[in-house]
Design a protein. Structure first.
Length: 75
């Protein structure tokens, strides 16, 4: 997921747990069943390196699809 950064003048986005820069990770990604990553991603509407704002919009669509079109409010 792409997140806007204010820490760099050279890069507009920061990618937490960037799979192309594993050598710079401070620690490995946790291996827990609730951790969502590229290998374990139930969201069918997610695109690789999607912007955080777009992910928030797509989450509602994915949730509706997964739960049979029922109306709900996510806070």
């Amino acid at each position: 997921m792409a997140t806007r950064t204010a820490l760099s003048s050279y890069e507009m986005y920061w990618y937490p747990w960037d799979d192309t820069k594993k050598e710079s990770w401070v620690r490995d990604m946790p291996k827990k069943p609730y951790v969502i990553n590229l290998e374990h991603n139930p969201m069918t509407t997610y695109r690789y390196r999607m912007h955080q704002e777009d992910l928030a919009k797509q989450f509602g669509r994915w949730y509706r699809i997964e739960h049979g079109g029922k109306k709900t409010v996510c806070l």
